[in-house]
Design a protein around this ligand. Structure first.
Ligand SMILES: [Fe+2]
Length: 228
């Protein structure tokens, strides 16, 4: 993706989020220079990889295959290992109309995916076989706002604003906005997106960036080079 395209998506996404009365934390609006100047006090942001995350899954066609995310909080893997403490994470995301987040599952993370407003959120689901691979025939059972829902393999759960689903690590899922763009909340287990996403197709999790203008704000995938 070109940096100019990412900057445009940042501006559009911030306006879309604000249109629902949801406001990002102050560090969202710091410039790259300000992030660098404050590096000494933001280890909590850098190590938890909080912030902007725009991906086209390395495929170069954001409108068709992509996702906007902003990680607002993310706990400590060490706390999860010891069984107490900051074991949670939260993201806000946007799926545009018919913009696919491709079929994947997680190794560690359970996640509640919440329609926070806008259009319908469509989620296609499969179960895992004993080896963790996508099972093309097994039915899927999930909880949607505490209500048990059964779906056939590849069934599509549609969430209206206010509705959510709890996805456990074995639940394969792909999702997109249906009938318009959707603001999506995610409340989950502490999460490392560099290692916890298993995609059905060989695909990247982060965008390859062509620097054609200065970044408006850093993405989490910029932290290693900009604020190491
Ligand atoms: Fe997921």
């Amino acid at each position: 993706m070109k940096r100019s395209e990412i900057n445009t998506i940042l501006r559009h996404s911030d306006a879309f989020i604000r249109s629902f009365g949801h406001i990002l934390p102050p560090f969202a609006y710091w410039s790259p220079r300000e992030m660098q100047a404050r590096r000494g006090e933001i280890e909590g942001i850098v190590s938890a990889r909080l912030g902007w995350d725009i991906t086209d899954y390395g495929q170069g066609d954001f409108a068709r295959l992509g996702l906007f995310l902003f990680t607002t909080r993310n706990g400590r893997a060490a706390d999860l290992a010891r069984g107490g403490g900051m074991c949670y994470a939260e993201k806000i995301m946007i799926s545009r109309e018919n913009q696919l987040s491709p079929m994947h599952r997680h190794i560690v993370k359970a996640e509640d995916i919440i329609n926070r407003g806008g259009a319908t959120l469509a989620i296609e689901m499969f179960s895992s076989d004993a080896a963790g691979a996508l099972d093309p025939t097994a039915p899927v059972v999930v909880a949607s706002d505490g209500v048990t829902k059964g779906l056939p393999a590849g069934g599509i759960l549609r969430l209206a604003p206010g509705e959510s689903v709890t996805l456990m690590p074995g639940n394969w899922h792909a999702f997109w906005g249906e009938g318009g763009d959707v603001l999506i909340g995610e409340v989950s287990t502490v999460n490392d997106d560099r290692t916890d996403n298993i995609f059905r197709e060989p695909i990247g999790r982060f965008a390859d960036i062509e620097e054609d203008e200065d970044p408006l704000h850093l993405l989490v995938s910029d932290y290693d080079t900009w604020i190491p």
